[in-house]
Design a protein around this ligand. Structure first.
Ligand SMILES: [Mg+2]
Length: 181
């Protein structure tokens, strides 16, 4: 069996949400970036943890997952965010830009239908801060149908923690792909 995809979100995972007082974790450093749809005089401020690059590379280097950005940053994930963390260029899921006011317009994560089509029956670990119970039910259903699926859901105010990647590595090492390797 092929290695699972590792679908990676950015907002709420690599870029934590500010707390009510506007503060961000002390582990994160400030960067100003200019997404493709903005002009140079209108940058976006982001906060990134330099340790995340190393932690993700430790996972990527195992070859046990195929990393793919799955984020509303789309191509900017590869061109702007990845390099700030020392990550190599990674492909991205080409998500649409729906006119929505909530990330759960149908009770589940707006990305999911696109991801479902994109994955077809491929195994996947998906790290996102914004799953609902319906997404967890979807993952369980995929799993039951023979497409191993793990959802990892960081707290958006804290973002990705080392323990999330430990969980991922444990799951992957027990997956059929790893056992066949
Ligand atoms: Mg998010």
């Amino acid at each position: 069996m092929r290695p699972p995809y590792l679908l990676l979100d950015i907002d709420g995972v690599l870029i934590p949400f500010p707390n009510a007082d506007g503060s961000t974790p002390a582990t994160h450093a400030r960067h100003d970036v200019v997404p493709a749809d903005r002009s140079a005089d209108n940058p976006v401020t982001v906060w990134l943890n330099p340790d995340h690059g190393r932690l993700l590379m430790d996972v990527i280097r195992t070859g046990l997952v195929t990393p793919v950005w799955c984020t509303s940053w789309r191509l900017d994930a590869t061109t702007l965010i990845g390099p700030l963390l020392g990550l190599p260029p990674l492909p991205h899921v080409d998500l649409p830009s729906p006119q929505i006011t909530t990330s759960h317009p149908n009770g589940y994560l707006w990305k999911r239908d696109h991801v479902d089509d994109w994955l077809a029956d491929a195994p996947a670990v998906w790290i996102d801060d914004d799953f609902t119970n319906l997404d967890h039910a979807w993952a369980a259903e995929r799993d039951a149908k023979g497409a191993p699926t793990l959802l990892v859901q960081p707290d958006p105010h804290h973002g990705l923690q080392p323990g999330h990647l430990t969980e991922l590595r444990t799951w992957v090492s027990q997956s059929p792909a790893a056992r066949a390797a």
